[in-house]
Ligand binder design. Structure first.
Ligand code: 1HN
Length: 375
């Protein structure tokens, strides 16, 4: 829908003031409300302001989870809780304090830290929920997606689209932890979820340098002719860090040379895309990587939908509504719908992984943004 004028959403609801009633009418009204209640009916006139606010009033709040703390707890769970069939994953979800209970970081999104010790095996299963992994540090885990062994290394972004069988194993001598993101809350609230167990033993125990999906699809601008047509999710299992890093470096070096390339001064950014369509990697989840030079700032913006950031390297201040969050390596921060946000890089710059539910709202024509300072 693009940019909107502030006047589009700042007009307040007029409080409903019914005409004065006689005592008899008052009694009749109470009786009518009681009868409505008994028949599971509710009048609109008492609730429209709450149901239809002038602009989104999310229950989710902005929050920061510090990597040091969540990683320490994940490591403790590694000592105490085995991973295997039934529990399926040693994954610990980040629960938004405003959402009052469920493990949702946002109304549509799940984020978790997953921990796998050396020699451990997370059995295969599949679900209709879309999932991804972002590797903040470490290596030594392979995730097997529909029988294709995919390495997981520092900086890599990996996807497991809905209904793909997947399991993980750690063949290294060190434990590994990473960030998982899924659209579980969306599927749960829309009643679209399906789940099936797969093989307890991984269906491919090889440990190749590159997955088959990368060998087919991850050569820039080249699609394999054996697989024509559009895939609704990306066929690339792993977006290797070396490509992301090189793309961001090239944008900044073009800026240095006076050519277009960056989204804003000192702000390089890429989106992970589905090479068969050019769209987002999955239909419900967008993933991006942003690099800010020291001191650079993003343009403040309000957006419909939910974003989650994880700091990869460096430090930053993330401004959300009236709050500011100081963040460093591994910290996770969420931005609730329509809260103004911006990021300012610290003195060594910042590398930020980011995911959002924006494709859902774009597909439905419900997206809307507003940049108070113009673009
Ligand atoms: C799941 O299957 C994974 O496959 C990670 O690694 C996190 C959270 C809830 C439900 C299923 C994975 C999950 C999950």
């Amino acid at each position: 829908m693009g940019n909107v004028d502030k006047s589009d959403y700042s007009n307040e609801h007029v409080a409903y003031t019914p005409p004065p009633l006689t005592p008899e009418e008052e009694k009749e009204l109470e009786k009518m409300y009681a009868e409505m209640d008994a028949l599971h009916m509710k009048p609109l006139w008492n609730q429209i302001g709450g149901l239809m606010p002038n602009a989104p009033t999310p229950q989710a709040v902005a929050h920061k989870w510090e990597w040091e703390k969540i990683h320490a707890l994940a490591a403790r769970s590694g000592d105490l809780v085995p991973v295997g069939r039934g529990g399926e994953r040693r994954a610990i979800g980040l629960a938004n304090p405003g959402l009052g209970g469920p493990t949702y970081i946002a109304p549509t999104l799940w984020a978790a830290i997953q921990y796998l010790a050396p020699g451990e095996n997370a059995p295969e299963h599949r679900h209709s929920q879309n999932a991804f992994r972002f590797v903040i540090e470490g290596e030594g885990v392979w995730t097997v997606v529909n029988g294709d062994a995919v390495p997981m290394k520092r900086g890599d972004f990996l996807i497991t689209p809905g209904w793909a069988f997947h399991g993980h194993h750690n063949i290294a001598t060190k434990p590994m932890a990473w960030l998982d993101g899924l659209d579980i809350p969306f599927a749960y609230q829309m009643d679209t979820g399906f789940f099936e167990y797969g093989s307890e033993k991984l269906t491919d125990e090889s440990t190749p340098e590159h997955s088959r999906s990368e060998r087919l699809w991850a050569h820039p601008g080249l699609r394999p002719l054996a697989f024509p047509g559009a895939h609704s999710s990306s066929p690339i299992g792993r977006y290797a860090w070396e490509h992301t890093d090189a793309a961001l470096n090239d944008q900044l070096s073009l800026e240095d040379a006076g050519f277009p390339g960056v989204v804003a001064p000192g702000h390089a950014a890429v989106r992970f895309t589905n090479p068969s369509t050019g769209n987002d990697v999955m239909t419900t989840i967008r993933a991006e990587f942003h690099r800010l030079r020291p001191g650079a700032e993003t343009t403040p913006i309000h957006e419909v939908g939910n974003r989650v950031f994880q700091v990869f390297e460096g430090s930053a201040t993330i401004n959300i509504g009236d709050e500011t969050f100081e963040v460093k390596h591994g910290d996770v921060v969420n931005v609730p719908s329509w809260q103004k946000w911006s990021v300012g890089a610290g003195s060594e710059g910042v590398d930020l992984f980011c995911f959002s539910d924006h494709p859902i709202f774009e597909a439905l024509g419900l997206n809307r943004t507003f940049t108070p300072e113009g673009i």
